[in-house]
Design a binder for this molecule. Structure first.
Ligand code: NCD
Length: 302
């Protein structure tokens, strides 16, 4: 699972269906009916992470597997060892699959082509974050039913967001229109890779009334995006209480986290019990990652 670019609607729906059936394991601790042979899942996390890393670990554990974690800090990457050498050494320890997050766009793909075990992309630079988009799609499907014909707003730093890119692939494949909203410096200048189903605007207030769902994104300060943003960002692009009031009672609010409260989202918006789907996303993330680990381990090694 390296990206969602080439995944058709049937494959996407089948992953989401499997995740849905695993949700009781996550929510209620229901035991899996058929315990599997325990596997060893490696987690190589070379960028900061709270949700994604713990979610993969919980998912592996819930499936009855074990995990081993290596983060950048304290690893031999600091001594100049390459990403491929690092991953190859982990694979040589007999891991059954490797989950990788790195700042390099294409990093997971590079590793997958150089080691003989299944690789799952947990975020590669500005490129893709497939399991995040799958958990977003799972949450949207649960709230909205079929995504066909739905308008999903993605608001914020689109240019630097792997979450936005993976979501565009997944949501348009499932029949939704994705409306990308942000200041000009934070929107990509070409959309050729996405095909149809993508609208672009700089005017959040102009499209708010048309939204079936709203996904807010953080400004990727670690990728230098902060330089492109004015200090009054919140007034143009923040999901404020006033903007929330313009959304229907059924319109879910999503955010992949980490949130910067008071910048892209107000406190009382994320706390809106009916509309905020933010913690539901997190719960569904474990189920989605269980489905992805399960599928990865079905692949023959080598
Ligand atoms: C996202 C990421 O790391 O790409 N977070 C996540 O995985 N939940 C989004 C972000 O960092 O803004």
């Amino acid at each position: 699972m390296l990206g969602l670019r080439d995944l058709g609607p049937e494959r996407l729906e089948s992953i989401l269906d499997r995740a849905e059936s695993l949700l009781p394991v996550v929510r209620d601790g229901v035991a899996l009916p058929n315990p599997v042979r325990p596997a060893m899942v490696g987690l190589l996390f070379l960028e900061n992470s709270t949700r994604t890393r713990c979610s993969f670990e919980v998912a592996a554990n819930r499936l009855g597997h074990r995990s081993v974690v290596l983060t950048g800090l304290g690893s031999s990457l600091d001594k100049g060892e390459s990403l491929i050498d690092t991953a190859a050494n982990l694979a040589a320890m007999g891991l059954d699959a490797l989950v990788i997050r790195s700042a390099i766009a294409g990093g997971a793909d590079l590793v997958a082509r150089n080691i003989g075990i299944p690789v799952v992309n947990a975020g590669d630079g500005r490129h893709e974050h497939p399991t995040q988009a799958l958990l977003d799609a799972s949450t949207l499907r649960a709230r909205l039913g079929s995504l066909a014909g739905k308008r999903i707003l993605i608001v914020g730093d689109i240019l630097n967001s792997r979450v936005a890119r993976s979501n565009i692939h997944a949501l348009t494949a499932m029949g939704a229109t994705v409306v990308l909203v942000g200041p000009p410096p934070l929107l990509p200048w070409t959309f050729a890779e996405f095909g149809s189903g993508v609208d672009v605007t700089h005017d959040l207030d102009g499209v708010l009334d048309t939204a079936d769902a709203v996904m807010m994104l953080r400004i990727q300060l670690e990728r230098d995006a902060g330089r492109a943003v004015a200090s009054d960002y919140r007034f143009a692009f923040g999901l404020t209480v006033n903007r929330l009031a313009r959304l229907g009672p059924e319109v879910p609010i999503l955010h992949p986290g980490p949130m910067n409260r008071g910048v892209e989202i107000d406190d009382s918006v994320s706390a809106d019990i009916a509309r905020s789907a933010i913690l539901e996303q997190v719960a569904r993330g474990v189920a989605v990652r269980m489905a992805i680990i399960e599928a990865a381990l079905e692949l023959p090694a080598g």
